[in-house]
Design a protein around this ligand. Structure first.
Ligand code: HEM
Length: 199
């Protein structure tokens, strides 16, 4: 039985599906925090879990549009893209918060020292700065206020932020770079698709 039958067999209204997705991603974050607390290295486990899943969710949010052209069940769920993207941002925000609080104990001078000339950290900060206005304006009220064209232009920032995230992920690895490389490959395919379908 193909995947396209799944939404027919489970006729759940869209609003409920979105609630279930939000609850699932919130529980996954709580589980990740609990798991890190129980583990041997709270700070790096927590930082890596939130960074990694934040990056996955941000990349997945970019995949909705190209995949919706291929599969109808993705098309029917395309409005969930916003939830996935916002949760990607929430995970990334926790990741940054851990860096500020548990890794640097609010020592701003030391943080500035770490940031200066550190491309790896600068890419993370660039991504986070670009994603913040997107997360804040990811609602119908902001869309109405800005108008569709301006809002859509602002949201093209994701096409800079997600490559920055993947480069940051790549640079964070000491040896095993396969995962960020695969994510980079998927990202390139998405960007090529986007370029070819740009109106
Ligand atoms: C959109 C924002 C960001 C995302 C999605 C993100 C994602 C990631 C990912 C995927 C990793 C690798 C985790 C692993 O190895 O399992 C990582 C590591 C890390 N990130 Fe970020 N990051 C972001 C922003 C930042 C910012 C703004 C900072 C600091 C100011 C930061 C600091 C770090 C540090 C210190 C590491 C660990 C490096 C190591 O293992 O030595 N990240 N991040």
């Amino acid at each position: 039985m193909g995947l396209r039958w799944i939404p027919i067999l489970i006729p759940i209204p869209m609003a409920t599906r979105k609630h279930l997705l939000n609850i699932g991603l919130c529980l996954a974050l709580i589980w990740g925090i609990y798991d890190a607390i129980m583990g041997p290295d709270l700070v790096s486990d927590l930082r890596d879990f939130t960074g990694r899943y934040g990056a996955y969710l941000l990349l997945i949010s970019l995949l909705f549009t190209p995949l919706s052209q291929r599969w109808n069940w993705v098309k029917r769920n395309v409005s969930m893209r916003r939830n996935v993207g916002v949760w990607g941002f929430i995970y990334a925000a926790v990741h940054v918060l851990i860096w500020i609080t548990l890794e640097f104990y609010y020592d701003w001078a030391l943080m500035l020292d770490e940031i200066a000339g550190n491309l790896f950290i600068l890419l993370g900060i660039l991504a986070f700065i670009l994603l913040t206005p997107l997360a804040v304006t990811s609602n119908y009220r902001a869309l109405k206020r800005f108008g569709y064209r301006k809002w859509q232009m602002l949201h093209t920032f994701t096409y800079i932020a997600v490559p920055a995230v993947i480069a940051h992920h790549f640079m964070a690895q000491k040896s095993d770079t396969l995962e960020p490389l695969l994510m980079g490959f998927v990202l390139v395919l998405t960007l090529v698709w986007r370029y070819r379908h740009a109106r």
